[in-house]
Design a protein around this ligand. Sequence first.
Ligand code: NAP
Ligand code: G4F
Length: 349
Amino acid sequence: MAPSRALIIGITGQDGSYLAEFLLARGYQVHGVIRRASSFNTARLDHLYRDHHDLDPTAPGLILHHGDLTDGSGLRRLLNTVKPHEIYNLGAQSHVRVSFDQAEYTADVVAQGTLRLLEAVRDYQQATGDQARLYQAGSSEMFGAAPAPQSEATAFYPRSPYAVAKVAAHWYAVNYRESYDLFVANGILFNHESPRRGETFVTRKISRAVGRIVHGLQDKLYLCNLEAVRDWGFAGDYVEAMWRMLRHGRADDFVIATGSGHSVRQFLELAFGRVGRDYRDFVAFDPRFLRPAEVNRLEGDARRAADALGWRPKVSFAELVAMMVDSDLDLAARELSLRDNGHAAVHVG
Ligand code: NAP
Ligand code: G4F
């Protein structure tokens, strides 16, 4: 029997790499969309990649294609080529602080890009009669200033250009679901982290600094608001929720969260505590990282996902911090060894 085909937009990111692993382990043929770059941007996928000459195009495996959410005609061609059963739209300029500096670009990728994809899926479904189920990566940032705990019933109050663009993408998805009978599920995911998290998000910035401080490669960590509260889970758990949404009988919107919030300060205490250090000896304030409008507290209520999808997080906050710190201790050790052998930088996975 031919394998199910999944198309992942944003496969080179943190979630894309975990989702690709998850689907490959279930026998999918995974097609990933990567952006053309002047240097390789597939570090998070290298362990999954095989040369296409060694692949059977009718069997499970990973196949990469160039594409971009800003290029609608390319997206259309990809749908016609891949003929996916499932599409995961994880592509985004996903950094909230950066979205204040690059607001138009963020809107073009996150909001307009989702619209381009929905239009392509609409036409594909109409032309072929085949349904491609679509997962849209929404964000708890859409709740912004709305009081916690936030659930599917909470009204959005976005506080950044990124969050506004995600709200637009969310409503485009709802509108296309209602207008054209598309199967589109909106995941409203709270923060999820891992050793593969981008290094400028606060959790990874902290775990990376702990590793480098222990190995004498860094002596200060510059941060801003330590009182912000986030509901941090493990990315590996969260990609399973995406998949469950597309296998559910009905396209719907789901909050995915652990249900407990912690402050940046608590993350620091645990992360530095793991190596027997006091974060106050290393952390300094840098106002450059402040956002013009901050989101103070995100804490999700994921009961709908538990009831309808049977999804529950497996990794606790303390386990997540430990996993990230341990991984970055290893990375810093390799970085030190490379430096001692005359190399300038280390490849970060
Ligand atoms: P990430 O690590 O920043 O990955 C983003 C992915 O999008 C990368 O593969 C990136 O490609 C790709 N991308 C960027 N611009 C694109 C464009 N114009 N066209 C196509 N692809 C593009 O983000 P993540 O943490 O994995 O998150 C995945 C999705 O979930 C994002 O949409 C994010 O906004 C959303 N989300 C994340 C969280 C979280 O806590 N992680 C929570 C809620 C929602 P390059 O590698 O080439 O840059
Ligand atoms: O790690 P952050 O940059 O994540 P943020 O803004 O919550 O956004 C992430 O989660 C969203 C889901 O809620 C995703 F949609 C989004 O794509 C992204 O993955 O910041 C977390 C908190 C903020 O309050 C920030 O002000 O940490 C605070 N913070 C304090 N010092 C810092 C820093 N954040 C960053 N990035 N860098 C700092 O130095």
